[in-house]
Design a protein around this ligand. Structure first.
Ligand code: URA
Length: 216
């Protein structure tokens, strides 16, 4: 399933527009904060689908019965571009466990690239609800590799993927590999360049959030 939060006008579509805007992109702190708050709102939307139960709490004035979550998700992200969205999710799911994976594009002289994964730090994932953030779902190959890498640590029961911008081909690729996943995105674009950049997209999310890196 795919949920595009820009289909209806909301603050999310305003924040996605700011992420894309070359003038606003000069403000690195605003870029990170926009990623973070898109993830916060998506986190709230996801929370409406998570298991809950009625629980009584004692207030200074009496008893109250309210709905509370019965399980904590595992928040997973791909270093480094996913950090701001991960932080946004963690602001809301503040008791969640966390998983971090490093993935990067190893570029070849002919312009092609392959995805390399090097590092994983994660809790037990068997039977868990996993929320994986990655701001740009482009070809989908790093997400699919990351999910396979995570699945080696346990067979999670639900997978929510959180992106700022997703590309149509990438969505199809991910859902072919993980048909039960739900993809939540700030917006969807249709084009992708030969180098794997989304068009119109926003450029390189990691560089815009954290600065230009040396090419590997
Ligand atoms: N990663 C990015 O940062 N931008 C894209 O357009 C695609 C992948």
């Amino acid at each position: 399933m795919v949920i595009n939060l820009s289909e209806q006008h909301s603050l999310i579509s305003n924040w996605v527009s700011e992420l894309r805007d070359v003038e606003v992109q000069n403000n690195r702190m605003r870029f990170r904060r926009n990623l973070e708050r898109i993830a916060e709102v998506i986190g709230y939307e996801i929370s409406r689908k998570l298991p809950w139960e009625n629980r009584e709490v004692t207030t200074p004035m009496g008893m109250s019965s309210g709905k509370v979550m019965t399980e904590q998700p595992v928040l997973a992200t791909i270093l480094r571009a996913g950090l701001a969205m991960h932080n946004g999710l963690l602001n809301y799911f503040d008791k969640a466990d966390n998983a971090f994976i490093s993935a990067y594009r190893k570029h070849h002289p002919d312009g092609s690239f392959e995805i390399r994964l090097e590092y994983i730090s994660c809790p037990e994932l068997d039977g868990r609800i996993v929320i994986l953030s990655d701001p740009m779902l482009a070809t989908g190959s790093s997400l699919v590799k990351t999910i396979e890498f995570l699945k080696a640590e346990g067979d999670f029961k639900e997978l929510h993927i959180v992106c700022a911008i997703a590309c149509t081909v990438g969505i199809e690729y991910v859902l072919r590999a993980q048909p039960k996943a739900t993809i939540w995105c700030g917006d969807i674009d249709d084009e992708i360049t030969a180098k794997g950049y989304i068009v119109p997209g926003l450029g390189d999310a990691g560089d815009l959030a954290y600065g230009v890196k040396l090419q590997n």
